[in-house]
Design a protein. Structure first.
Length: 135
């Protein structure tokens, strides 16, 4: 896939943004079996050297609903702290649908010392589980 094809996938997957917040509307979309290649192409962008490309991939994965959970879990370990926090925020927006990510979120909460990332992870756990996360 070329860079233009990836841009189209990101735009199609993320959808509209809320004015002023920078957060995508939660559409709950799922590519399904016919779109598995698109989901894989987005997940592959998590290996990009550029953290902003990885950021775009995380936003797209967040819009993919359950199809994006495993990619978002991988994003929790991104070396760029903003991306780690973003992955947690995307999982948080999924709510209970992101329950399969709880073990990874708990492990990431213990593994990181960055206060901003820890806060995002704890808030995601709280939203998904409905209780306070224990650091």
């Amino acid at each position: 896939h070329g860079p233009f094809e990836f841009d189209i996938v990101i735009v199609g997957a993320v959808g509209e943004y809320r004015r002023g917040s920078g957060a995508p509307h939660r559409r709950g979309c799922s590519f399904g079996p016919a779109g598995a290649g698109a989901a894989t192409a987005v997940k592959n962008q998590l290996q990009a050297e550029d953290p902003f490309i990885r950021c775009g991939a995380l936003l797209a994965l967040g819009a993919m609903s359950r199809d994006g959970i495993d990619g978002l879990v991988a994003g929790l370990g991104d070396l760029f702290p903003y991306n780690s926090a973003l992955a947690a925020q995307c999982l948080q927006r999924m709510g209970q649908e992101a329950t399969p990510a709880l073990d990874a979120l708990e492990a990431a909460l213990v593994a990181t010392s960055n206060p901003s990332v820890r806060r995002s992870i704890a808030e995601a756990i709280k939203e998904i589980r409905g209780t306070e996360a224990q650091p």
